[in-house]
Design a protein around this ligand. Structure first.
Ligand code: ADP
Ligand code: ADP
Length: 227
């Protein structure tokens, strides 16, 4: 599903060049569940942003479902991103003046889906995620765990094949965090490819495949044996 070949990204921090990604090779199959771990500044978020087509490499190539996305222009890349990829961030990034329902619905509004279809799909997700009683609440009326569930619902409302999560439990207590992880894992169980950046070893260990980064390099790729 995903193939990265010799991907490089350099940032300029003042006078200092920083090699955020240093010749990264990686293949990910459809339906896999990966965690990405490593010290702060090792390139985890940069890798996730590359996978999510939020950032472009300086060199190297990226194929997503047989499309060489690293060769696409800005507009085509944005189209692939919204069709194939969902994002979940540590800080939720919900729109504060929209209700839970309106936040979840937003990607469907942007693609011009009909109102009754939008409503049906949002209702189904709200129910599944245990948020139906909170549909009309604003983000500031929700707990952290509920906000992150709304953000996850928004990320998957268009049924992306790839779900990217950057420290999705970073702002949550362990109980709420556990619920969020279980929800992500349930979605992965239904076939969505899940890549999660975490600095929490206990969270990272739950993934069947675990990557470690250091100084922009992939230094370890560890996989559970399959039954
Ligand atoms: P991690 O997610 O592992 O903490 P990042 O991918 O965020 O690491 O960052 C990797 C390196 O790239 C760090 O040294 C960071 O300072 C640098 N970096 C990341 N994004 C930018 C940016 N937009 N501008 C300048 N430097 C950046
Ligand atoms: P979750 O497990 O979804 O994170 P919590 O255990 O954090 O939920 O919260 C339990 C209940 O307390 C929730 O149903 C929520 O309505 C309420 N609650 C928690 N935090 C807040 C808040 N900041 N504002 C309003 N209600 C809150």
């Amino acid at each position: 599903m995903i193939r990265l070949q010799q991907l490089c990204k350099c940032y300029q921090l003042g006078d200092e060049p920083v090699q955020a990604l240093d010749h990264v090779d990686l293949e990910i199959g459809a339906g896999e569940y990966l965690s990405v771990m490593g010290p702060s500044g090792s390139g985890k978020s940069t890798l996730l942003n590359m996978l999510g087509l939020l950032d472009t490499p300086d060199s190297g190539r990226y194929w997503l479902d047989d499309i060489e996305v690293s060769a696409l222009g800005e507009e085509a890349r944005a189209a692939e991103r919204s069709r194939r990829i969902g994002f979940v961030f540590q800080a939720y990034h919900l729109i504060e003046r929209l209700s839970a329902r309106e936040n979840i619905e937003l990607p469907l509004v942007l693609t011009g889906n009909a109102p009754d279809e939008r409503r049906a799909r949002v209702d189904e997700l709200l129910q599944r995620l245990g948020l139906d009683r909170h549909a009309d609440h604003l983000p500031n009326q929700l707990s952290g765990g509920q906000r992150q569930r709304v953000a996850i619902a928004r990320a998957v409302i268009r049924k992306p094949a790839l779900l990217l999560a950057d420290e999705p439990t970073g702002n949550l207590d362990s109980h709420s965090g556990q619920g969020v992880i279980e929800l992500l894992e349930e979605l992965n169980g239904e076939g969505i490819t899940l890549v999660m950046v975490t600095h929490d070893p206990a969270m990272g260990k739950r993934a069947r495949r675990r990557l470690w980064m250091q100084d922009g390099k992939l230094i370890k790729d560890e996989q559970d044996a399959h039954a």
